[in-house]
Design a protein around this ligand. Sequence first.
Ligand code: GLU
Length: 282
Amino acid sequence: MNKSMKSFKWLGALLLAAMLVISGCGNNNDGNAAEGNNAAASGDSAAIAKIKERGKLLVGVKYDTRLFGLKDPASGNVEGFDIDISKAIAKHILGDENAIELKEVTSKTRIPMLNNGEIDMVVATMTITEERKKEVDFSDVYFQAGQSLLVKKGSPITGLEDVTKDTKILGSKGATSIKNIKEKVPGVTVLEFDNYQDAFSALKAGQGDALTTDDAILYGMASQDPDFEVVGEPFTDEPYGIAIQKGNSDVVQAVNDTLAELKESGDYDTIYTKWIGKAPAK
Ligand code: GLU
């Protein structure tokens, strides 16, 4: 072997070593080598290991949305469809449905709170959209809603076709509903509130003609006050997904496994019927 061939071999060995080091680091993209290694040994990746180490799941849910996530001011309990789904996920990951801490999110705060690490996931009436997929990852669809309108009984608005540029629509900041209604009725006036409770209070106070969001949320409001009703057919598709920080594919997998288990066992139908009052469409 001549001298130049020898140094060529050395260079090859060095390159190989460098590649091994680089690919090794790539496995721990949160930079915590010890956590990554432990996780690999137990078959989990870093994000699930972190949840297990903490011993509880941090979930962002709505506190003001009847049927999905509503806080009872007297007992302090938060209840709804999204809460029952969250508990099933805690049970799947941690073996205990009560190993969970719920944190209030609104349509506007849920993505920032997820991406700054305050919560492990968002289970909060959140539609899967291409735009949101740029910021977060989503689970499989776990609820199918559609946008509709809530009005005071006797209102001249009986559906989307009655909404004109002169109609005053109320909605919640950060919701798909705001963008959708502006697309459906260009030039329409939309008053945006921080949450749905404030938007509904404004409707009751006569500050607008109709409140718009998902039909399932509007039915929850209508059940609170017999003076209000949901009108017309839903005019968008709002498939709900559970949002997870980008890169935490192990968490997405755990959530999808939970949803599949719930569907297979029939528990999904039980939870759905408990809150929505009818079995899910098949
Ligand atoms: N599902 C719609 C959305 O994700 C409306 C409900 C909400 O604001 O959470 O924006």
